[in-house]
Design a protein around this ligand. Structure first.
Ligand SMILES: Cc1cc2nc3c(=O)[nH]c(=O)nc-3n(C[C@H](O)[C@H](O)[C@H](O)COP(=O)(O)OP(=O)(O)OC[C@H]3O[C@@H](n4cnc5c(N)ncnc54)[C@H](O)[C@@H]3O)c2cc1C
Length: 260
């Protein structure tokens, strides 16, 4: 099986973020591998371990420094990585991002593409669906567990949502988004970190991806951030000291908030 995992480098969740001219200032903050994508990498690695001869390729679109996030995925055990990095890609929206990722996937003869369910920065949760639509592949979302039959070339997932669990299956090729309860991602071992230094990260320009500048970046964006307001500072909470009447005060508070 040839498996690809789409991974995104995102600003560290704990970093102080700010918008500049309607765009999140990503350059001024620490960047990490999107948490949810680590679960997708882990699941791909487990499939490789269970199916001899299989490979995992990481695919990303981002600035040059996104190689750091890719290197982490390689140190977990992925075989190689591809990064689309080009000045023309800055300010791409979901349509532009999915166009680039779909082109790379289409050129790779993959059986499965695994994604996280959402990025922790833009959180649109649309890229897997857009990829499936662009590639005309089956799309299985919110996988809480998955199993493949490499001989029949089929995949079955248990899709977990707030409405319950349901089984879904599809023939290869398929795009699958995974949720965090699917596994516990491994930590890169020292051996893995050393091995990752020698693994290939192919960096592609936009023309090497096979797209023109008018479908990506600000020029190709169908969405525009018109305005942004900083989140207001959190007000101090109410402290109830139990002087014998604490329970009643708590009930009054919950009732006032219409929580009971
Ligand atoms: C007007 C506008 C301008 C923007 N400008 C910028 C900008 O300048 N720089 C910038 O970085 N972002 C920019 N964004 C955000 C960018 O468009 C989104 O990050 C992108 O569309 C992906 O959406 P998402 O992060 O919500 O992914 P989701 O759909 O939430 O992600 C789901 C999964 O898709 C995969 N995935 C998502 N993005 C990538 C990726 N880039 N590479 C590989 N896999 C991926 C991952 O597996 C992820 O877990 C802009 C957005 C808008 C609307």
């Amino acid at each position: 099986m040839r498996i690809a995992v789409c991974v995104k480098q995102v600003p560290d969740s704990w970093a102080e973020k700010k918008m500049v001219d309607g765009v999140l200032d990503r350059a001024g903050v620490d960047a990490v591998l999107n948490d949810l994508d680590e679960y997708a990498i882990e699941e791909a690695l487990r499939l490789v371990e269970a199916n001899e001869g299989s490979t995992v390729t990481l695919i990303s679109m981002g600035p040059d420094r996104a190689t750091d996030a890719l290197r982490k995925g390689l140190s977990m055990g992925a075989d190689e990585a591809i990064l689309a990095a080009d000045v023309a890609l800055a300010q791409s929206d979901a349509l532009g991002t999915s166009a680039v990722l779909a082109k790379i996937v289409a050129s790779g003869d993959y059986d499965l593409v695994l994604c996280g369910t959402e990025s922790t920065d833009a959180r649109m949760s649309v890229i897997p669906a857009m990829l499936a639509e662009r590639l005309d592949w089956a799309h299985l979302t919110f996988a809480g567990s998955l199993s493949v039959n490499a001989t029949d070339r089929t995949i079955e997932i248990v899709r977990s949502t707030e409405l319950g669990d349901e089984k879904m299956n599809a023939a290869f090729p398929a795009i699958v988004s995974v949720i965090e309860k699917i596994n516990e991602p491994r930590y890169p071992s020292f051996k893995g970190i050393m091995a990752a230094k020698k693994k290939t990260i192919s960096v592609l320009t936009l023309s090497e991806v096979g797209l023109s500048a008018d479908v990506v970046g600000a020029a190709g964006a169908w969405s525009k951030v018109e305005d942004a307001t900083a989140k207001s500072a959190r007000a101090a909470g109410i402290k109830i000291v139990d002087d014998g009447n604490g329970g009643n005060q708590l009930v009054d508070f919950l009732a006032e908030k219409r929580l009971i």
